[in-house]
Design a protein around this ligand. Sequence first.
Ligand code: TNX
Length: 546
Amino acid sequence: RTTACLWLMCIFSWPAAAQDNADRFPVIPRPMSLTAAEGEFTISPATLLIANREAGEAKELLDFIREFLSVPLGGKAIRLKINEASGEPEANTIQLLIDKNSAIPAEGYQLQIRPDHILLKASSPAGAFWGFQTLRQLMPPSAENARVETLKVPCVTIEDAPRFSYRGLHLDVVRHMFPVEFIKKYIDLMSMYKLNRFHWHLTDDQGWRIEIKKYPKLQAISAFRKETLIGHYSDQPQKFDGDRYGGYYTQKEVKEIVEYARLHHVTVIPEIEMPGHSLAALSAYPELGCTGGPYETETTWGVFEDIFCAGNEETFHFLENVLTEVMELFPGKYLHIGGDEAPKTQWEKCPRCQARIQAEGLKDEHELQSYFIQRIEKFLNEHGRQIIGWDEILEGGLAPNATVMSWRGTEGGIAAARQGHDVIMTPNAHLYLDHYQSQSPGEPVAIGGFTPVKEVYEYEPVPEELSGADAKHILGAQGNLWTEYIPTTGHVEYMVYPRALALAEVVWSQAEKKNYDDFLERLKGSLERLSALDVNYAGHVFDVQA
Ligand code: TNX
């Protein structure tokens, strides 16, 4: 009877408590454990930030916290004391304790808010940074952009750690290009929701968007096309240069973005597409294609037959030189080499490709693609880097150390994990943010599909088919934003938010902690924050007031 009683108490008290927690603690992604407490702490200009010695060494983190707080506190940074803070309560302090020997998991944190002090503990600066993002979400939304009367945060104890180490968001800057400042904003928002991998799609048929000093024609020719895709949009000036559309990020700008991301604990993964989706490069260097061209940077979107020639040694020299400059710009372990949608039509007709198939004892053009990717992988591995490729790199045999990004569903990811390869799940049915998100008649034209926020939310990255050691190969998941139909920054934000918040909960929160209704409640608070940050989220795709 006691059990039945407890059970009844649970079902009757739980929804109200959940609602209350969601209102008071609108944290996304949902933490592992959250215990509400009475009262609140007021952060004021008199609050002292105390760091233990290890936290004191994380200078960039301390700067980040103080700069963030200086906005709501009216321009002045709070005082900072670096010492051997013990974690004992000390009135009107925010105590930051980092101890690499503590039992708190990597990227995890503990946050305790009491009426007279705040304690934030972690085993790494990254964990403390994510903990601060939680604290940030407990502040009033106006704290983001304005001086506030009082900066109160509700009392609570939170213990938290991510479920997956790879929590990705992608952006295609080829089909349409976006300013450096916007890329930074994109990264800042990612980090607010504890997403930590920015997949930057930099090259494709419609443009080449990264400066490569050794190949100036990539800047002069490949970076531009005759016109923007899908007609002309008028709500934002297009990047036109005379009568062309396009542009590229200089190496200086790339470095700036990589550094900005580093300060936000986000790793940037650049993608240089090969052997397909390469018409922009071929338009400047036609000798790298099977027919010798001429080629033109594409003004429509799709899958095109002209791709890098696998029979030509020059192709490999070119790509190795390009990747050498790319490696200098991106310190992360992974480089994405594409590998998707590479029709074999030209390779079938190309004498040099056929000669290569013969010479290498390959069965067919699929094995030739595998040869191509393996050669590039070997080059990058020799430089201490790892490749990620779209799931087509399974065809003809996986490169020995490749990580697979499973986009045409989950089958590719399942097969790769069973072969002992790491996998990042990005199945288009659940995680393609270029799909329609509502059936409202006012939706702007999208590429197709229908992936409402609930569909994203309900995605489970570890397929039922995998267990044990195979399941451990699922590093995480990623949302992709291809921009064929997305010409402006406002439109990017409209497609990404709020769906990226659902994604954040998929990759960070424990599966058993997920609850869509509770998510919607917390989303109300988050949307106010996004408004304060001037984010053009899609508010009408669901009724948050319901
Ligand atoms: C397929 S996803 C592509 C992209 C397109 C996208 C549109 C992938 C690896 N390749 O080139 O932009 O569909 O949804």
